[in-house]
Write a protein that binds this ligand. Structure first.
Ligand code: ATP
Length: 301
């Protein structure tokens, strides 16, 4: 039984190291459970999630003394739907995603989940409801099983295997020298980019959180991996509130809502059909670039 808590203990150690260091927020997401040294408000309550609707209300934010990165940003990510963030590099898409689990707090404005200001709830309860899949999944020192269990330290082996199956990872895991007990990380076996992503998706699935934050990969995978990762993501996105930094045209077209960002603001929002009809708009321009690019599958600036 004690062994089952080992990942949690390792997390606790990691947390200390990470919070001392200035780390890239994109990496810390993967260990959302780490406790924060930032205190909750004295009267903080646990977050109560029903639809998992996320609302940004006039959110302003800057990193240190720099220029404002977000300049009064408002949008709604409806519960159970997929909201795609698109826009040029530096527009602030990653920053938006960073604020949801409160790695940083807005300088002005508020972020609400089902009507509750996330500044007023306990961080632990907030982060429990969020899973994150990054562009560059982080694998910890440990076995494949441990790595999936980071999604939820009390997950049973059966739950881990179920998540791996849903993430199209089970078969390649069984093909490893020691199956689920195969060490990965710096001193373990080397996994391909697509395999790492599927482990990261399994980690998110085992977490079974209603909110999924997704930073879609820009780097191309081989066709077979691409298809497997896409199927795994489709599984992870089903029934959840998804906010995705979208790079692939198919994700953008399939999104329930597209938020077009530029320079820390929302400049357009709508569906692919509605946005594409505004010929002068940024989305239409990005979309044209995409259409003109022969082989590219990504929408960039
Ligand atoms: P990309 O598509 O290139 O990732 P983005 O739209 O996600 O871009 P952000 O990564 O949110 O944009 O960056 C918005 C601005 O904030 C940029 O000017 C960036 O340099 C700055 N920025 C991002 N992270 C940090 C940080 N940790 N410290 C200081 N400035 C940062």
């Amino acid at each position: 039984l004690l062994l089952a808590y080992e990942p949690a203990r390792r997390l606790a150690r990691l947390q200390v190291n990470l919070e001392r260091a200035v780390v890239n927020a994109r990496m810390i997401y993967e260990i959302l459970d780490m406790q924060s040294h930032q205190r909750d408000k004295p009267d903080a309550k646990p977050l109560k999630v029903s639809e998992a609707r996320i609302e940004f209300r006039d959110v302003a934010f800057s990193y240190g003394d720099n220029e404002q990165t977000l300049k009064g940003l408002s949008f709604v990510a409806e519960g159970g739907k997929t909201t795609a963030l698109v826009g040029p590099s530096g527009a602030g898409k990653s920053t938006v995603i960073t604020l949801v689990p409160r790695f940083y707090d807005p300088a002005a404005g508020s972020i609400l989940i089902d009507g509750q200001d996330i500044a007023d709830v306990t961080k632990q309860s907030l982060r429990q409801h969020i899973a994150y899949v990054s562009q560059q999944p982080y694998l910890f020192e440990g076995t494949i099983r441990d790595n999936i269990r980071y999604g939820r330290p009390d997950a049973s082996d059966a739950e881990i295997e179920e998540a791996a199956r849903l993430a199209y990872a089970h078969d390649f895991i069984l093909a490893q020298p020691q199956g689920y007990d195969t060490p990965v990380g710096e001193n373990g076996v080397t996994l391909s980019g697509g395999q790492r992503q599927r482990l990261s998706i399994a980690r998110a699935l085992v977490r079974n959180a209603p909110i999924l934050l997704l930073d879609e990969a820009t780097s191309a995978l081989d066709t077979e991996s691409e298809a497997a990762v896409q199927k795994a993501l489709d599984e992870a996105m089903t029934g959840r509130t998804v906010v995705v930094i979208a790079h692939r045209l198919s994700t953008i077209i399939g999104a329930d809502k597209i938020i077009v960002m530029q320079d820390g603001m929302v400049v357009e929002e709508g569906t692919h059909e509605s946005l594409a009809q505004h010929p002068g708009g940024l989305y239409a321009r990005l979309n044209n670039l995409q259409g003109n690019a022969s082989a590219g599958e990504t929408v960039e600036d």
